[in-house]
Design a protein around this ligand. Sequence first.
Ligand code: UDP
Length: 243
Amino acid sequence: MLQLSSMSLKYQRVLLKLSGEQLAGKFDSGIDPALCAWLAEEVKKITDAGGQVVIMVGGGNFVRGAQIAGHGIRRVTGDHMGMLATLINALGLTDIFEANGIETRCLSSIFAEQVAEPFVHRLAQKHLESGRVVIAAGGIGRPYLTTDTAAVSLALELDCQAVLKATKVDGVYDKDPAKHKDAIKHDSVSFQNAVENPDIAVMDKAAMGLAMEYKMPIIVFDAMEAGKLLKVVEGQDIGTTIS
Ligand code: UDP
């Protein structure tokens, strides 16, 4: 079924970046299925409203290349392990989304034909236009990158109108709100500031630089509050917009 664009949504097609840590929820590692099912409900609110959603999943709940490298494991191998971790998350999330009534396809940027469709640009476009959620596995498929950078790159490739970066806090603060009670939240931040200010570490600088170069807005928000994701896509003032 081909979807018509929705009048109620500011962003018709968005890329949602979910880190591995978020998928782990209350656990130290692995996937929290109940939380992922809750996330599926949140994403369904967007697709029900006619929006199109691409999800880039991280893998930090299992492996991060930079952290595991050393003591005999090469950085490149560590990054391969990290990309495989994102595939584990993407496969689990795809099943949970489908179990919750959302048509979903897992497309992998690393060779994994036995378990996922390969990421092919036209295929991804087709799935999105048909109203399916696309879950991207394997980041961008190359080492020395993170899924944040892959998220911005994929958002550009698939003509998304914004990258929604789900975090534990509800936006970008002038200092760490977990450590400082008087931390002030910014409603908006310029790309220049986000790239140059070392205190703004919500996404890695490579991701931020790419977003700045191609003017891809990034909205940083707390996705764990019911209805917030839809509100962001509707264009309500939630979190912090980096643009
Ligand atoms: N990774 C990579 N290339 C990519 C995306 C990811 O090599 O295009 C590897 C990298 O080692 C990274 C790991 O996969 O640390 C997991 O991704 P990330 O750290 O971004 O996960 P998150 O912190 O979002 O859970």
